[in-house]
Ligand binder design. Structure first.
Ligand code: F6P
Length: 327
């Protein structure tokens, strides 16, 4: 057993993602396997502050590996950002003699976890649970694969009706600060253009591209827009394009929270399972303030400060490919 660690709590925080349940299952089962007493915290940091804990045993995580959402519920906690909120959370853990906390979430959740463990004597381990894939220190976040597959499935359906009516669709996908969903789903769904926050978007270039497609005998089109693009969401981009180009009847679809739900893919279940075990094994080996991630198919521990602050590089080659293929 890890140095001074006997009781471990796990929580899910921030936007939920498919695979969080598989991850909770892996944390709880591997924790019990290694002899820890395991606790679940309901509704993320808010539940931690209020003392909403439940003891987890092997059976409390049965039949959840296939389920979207999170059995522990999730929240974005404002109170945990305050000194008073953190103090209350620590007291709740202390009362129960819990020595370590596993946080499944995204960058905001990790920032909170880091400050918490810096201030109080509590080991923390982060696990990347977000559909956005925007954490440094892992090639993939839990939920990203399922979300991109959901997007591709939706765009395939939109393609049918776009083609039937000779229309141009602007499809908005999630990713407040990151364009990974848009870039990969845009290639997989064969979109004419991909607009993401990491690269400069030019409406003039987009219009040029759409005109070129029309000249190349395209009769319909699909443009994927990441919600964080600097030109605005899909409605805004469509409005700007309409001012310069009337080659198609234009429609807008915002996919929204459909991207966050659903049964996790095989990839996300395996990823969640591997990282859940890695979190417990890391704690056992004395690691703290780390995020367990997967790089080149190997488990890697990255300091939480780096995981939440730094961004993985966008792959320029994906853009190049998309430009070649979307003519
Ligand atoms: O961080 C995950 C995410 O799904 C983002 O892609 C999106 O911008 C945000 O959460 C939406 O958050 P909420 O569900 O709180 O509106």
């Amino acid at each position: 057993m890890g140095v001074n660690i006997y009781k471990v709590a796990v929580l899910t925080s921030g936007g939920d993602s498919p695979g969080m349940n598989a991850c909770i299952r892996a944390v709880v089962r591997s924790g019990i396997h290694y002899g820890f007493e395991m606790w679940g915290v309901v509704r993320g940091y808010d539940g931690l502050i209020k003392g909403d804990f439940k003891k987890m045993d092997l059976r409390s995580v049965s039949n959840i590996i296939n389920r979207g959402g999170t059995i522990l519920k999730s929240a974005r906690s404002e109170e945990f950002r305050t000194e008073a909120g953190m103090e209350k959370a620590f007291q709740q853990l202390k009362e129960r003699s819990i020595d370590a906390l596993v946080v499944i979430g995204g960058d905001g959740s990790f920032k909170g976890a880091y400050h918490f463990s810096e201030k109080y004597d509590i080991a923390v381990m982060g696990l990347p649970g977000t559909i956005d894939n925007d954490l440094y220190g892992t090639d993939f976040t839990i939920g990203y694969d399922t979300a991109t597959n959901t997007v591709v499935e939706c765009i395939d359906k939109i393609r049918d009706t776009a083609d039937a009516h000779n229309r141009l669709f602007f499809i908005e996908v999630m990713g407040r600060d990151a364009g990974y969903i848009a870039l990969n789903a845009g290639i997989a769904a064969g979109c004419e253009d991909i607009l993401i926050p990491e690269t400069k978007t030019s409406i003039d270039d987009l219009v040029k591209n759409l005109k070129k497609g029309r000249a190349n005998r395209k009769t319909s089109g699909l443009v994927i827009v990441s919600e964080g693009d600097e030109e605005g969401g899909a409605y805004e981009v469509a409005r700007k394009v309409k001012e310069q180009f009337d080659g198609y009847e234009m429609k807008v679809t915002v996919l929204g929270h459909i991207q966050r739900g659903g049964s996790p893919s095989c990839f996300d279940r395996v990823l969640a399972s591997r990282l859940g075990v890695a979190a417990i094994e890391g704690l056992r080996n004395g690691e703290s303030r780390m995020m367990a991630g997967l790089i080149n198919n190997k488990v890697v521990y990255t300091p939480l400060t780096q995981a939440s602050k730094m961004h993985s590089e966008m792959d320029d080659d994906l853009f190049r490919i998309s430009k070649i293929l979307s003519i």
